[in-house]
Design a protein around this ligand. Structure first.
Ligand SMILES: Nc1nc2c(ncn2[C@@H]2O[C@H](COP(=O)(O)OP(=O)(O)OP(=O)(O)O)[C@@H](O)[C@H]2O)c(=O)[nH]1
Ligand SMILES: [Mg+2]
Length: 308
């Protein structure tokens, strides 16, 4: 395949790597141009690798959005870390995301840098959330902090939410890609199904509407997904999903007084599902308890977190 400028076409995978909450999924969404990954101010929002596909005239960049690097405390955490390590083997380059307001290198950042050294891939330091900085000097400080720890190929300050400097990042990532036919069909935006995305949108709303341990104890199972795209006689997209928690007390919190909390979650999810899929949505939500599902491999598999 030849792009219009006569240069050979390039394609490959690039990892978005970093601590929880630094903005990896926000950056993936901004680069792909539509939402492919759940985003929230709470740590460990992303649990599974999602590949987002950016198509330019000369390249197809497959962004591998990974869970945040953290100290795992149960089987779900260990599953998330395994996903990250496997992703690093598949990619041709790495974007190490940090926050512009970072003051020091955390132990997690040091661990990530060890993995980057082992991976031996071209790596960019992506300093995200520059919109939060008050002065350019503050940016030089954070760059110096990380640059002292590793010889990055590139240093790219940007803001995922404002969309600043994304073109520079795309250009640098393109230079890492090998000459190749596109890895995915050109009209694809992500490597996951609409059903998966629907589950992630619902889980994101739970993350946004609940606190402390509750969001982390939640899994969403999409039990049925019937779209007018598949069933033309239907006018609405009908989704039935279970929100699974670990304890009765969490179920009570999630339902809320007279069902107010679950209603809020449903309305927020319906609004986004409608704009994402372009159909009016009927969302039927059920809350179930599966004690300690995060602690066993069997529990994880039942919630859709199986090693592929
Ligand atoms: N001010 C500001 N906030 C940002 C920016 N990028 C992301 N955020 C916010 O940072 C928070 C975390 O964003 P996510 O994209 O979920 O972070 P993540 O790295 O994917 O987090 P995990 O999936 O938990 O590892 C959200 O509240 C985002 O809105 C940015 O450029 N500027
Ligand atoms: Mg994420």
């Amino acid at each position: 395949m030849e792009p219009s400028n006569g240069k050979p076409f390039r394609s490959g995978c690039v990892a978005l790597l970093g601590r929880p909450n630094v903005g990896k999924s926000s950056l993936a969404n901004a680069l792909v141009g539509v939402k492919i990954a759940a985003v929230s101010p709470k740590a460990q929002t992303t649990r599974q690798v999602v590949r987002g596909i950016v198509q330019t005239p000369e390249a197809q960049i497959v962004l591998v959005d990974t869970p945040g690097v953290h100290e795992p405390r149960h089987e779900l955490g260990r599953f998330m870390i395994r996903q990250i390590r496997e992703a690093l083997e598949e990619v041709v380059g790495i974007c190490f995301l940090v926050e512009a307001t970072d003051q020091r290198l955390s132990s997690l950042d040091r661990r990530i840098l060890e993995w980057i050294r082992e991976a031996k891939r071209p790596t960019a330091l992506v300093v995200n959330k520059v919109d939060l900085l008050k002065s350019p000097e503050a940016l030089w400080k954070v760059v110096a902090l990380y640059q002292d720890a590793y010889p990055f190929e590139e240093i790219i300050p940007l803001s995922a939410t404002r969309g600043s400097n994304l073109d520079v990042l795309l250009e640098r990532m393109t230079s890492w890609l090998p000459e190749s036919e596109p890895l995915f069909p050109e009209d694809l935006l992500m490597d996951r199904t609409e059903r998966f995305l629907a589950g992630e949108i619902i889980r994101e709303k739970v993350f946004l509407e609940t606190e402390q341990e509750v969001p982390h104890s939640v899994a969403v199972l999409v039990e049925s997904f019937k779209s007018p795209d598949e069933y033309p006689d239907r006018k609405r997209l009908s989704i039935r999903a279970s929100i699974v928690v670990e304890k009765e007390g969490q179920k009570i919190i999630l339902i809320g007084s007279q069902g107010a909390k679950i209603r809020q979650i449903r309305l927020a999810a319906e609004e986004e599902l409608e704009s994402t899929f372009g159909h009016p949505v009927n969302l039927d939500l059920w809350v179930k308890v599966r004690p300690h599902w995060r602690r066993s491999e069997q529990g994880l598999r039942q919630m859709g977190y199986g090693d592929s």
